[in-house]
Design a protein around this ligand. Structure first.
Ligand SMILES: [Zn+2]
Length: 120
């Protein structure tokens, strides 16, 4: 959109220039050329400004899209105070064995520690 406006602005300026030269050469006077440029330049500025405005709008849109796609901040887990923390109760069954490496309680059917993988 903004490039279309800038191209239009450039074409208008060139058109004003060419028409001015043609009219000036036909009438053998500089005045038509000056009038054409005087008329063409404001329209060139107008379209150029429009192009700039569209450029700004596009940049803002891109920014908004970026903001929507950005991942949300990770939620922090609530820390449990030490006084309220209770270790999980593990029921000890007959035949259970305690890992010599880490102290984890394992079932009699298991050959390797479920926590650290040490052989029974
Ligand atoms: Zn272990």
């Amino acid at each position: 959109m903004e490039s279309t406006c800038k191209i239009t602005a450039a074409i208008l300026l060139i058109l004003a220039f060419v028409v001015g030269i043609v009219l000036a050469s036909e009438s053998s006077s500089f005045l038509p050329f000056v009038y054409c440029l005087a008329g063409g330049f404001p329209s060139f500025l107008l379209f150029y400004a429009l192009g700039k405005i569209f450029e700004r709008l596009d940049a803002q849109d891109a920014l908004l899209v970026q903001m929507h796609q950005a991942p949300a901040a990770p939620e922090l887990h609530e820390k449990i105070p030490d006084s309220e923390y209770k270790p999980p109760v593990v029921k000890r069954e007959p035949g259970d064995w305690t890992c010599p490496q880490c102290g984890a309680q394992n079932k009699p059917t298991e050959l390797f520690c479920k926590d650290c993988g040490t052989y029974r």
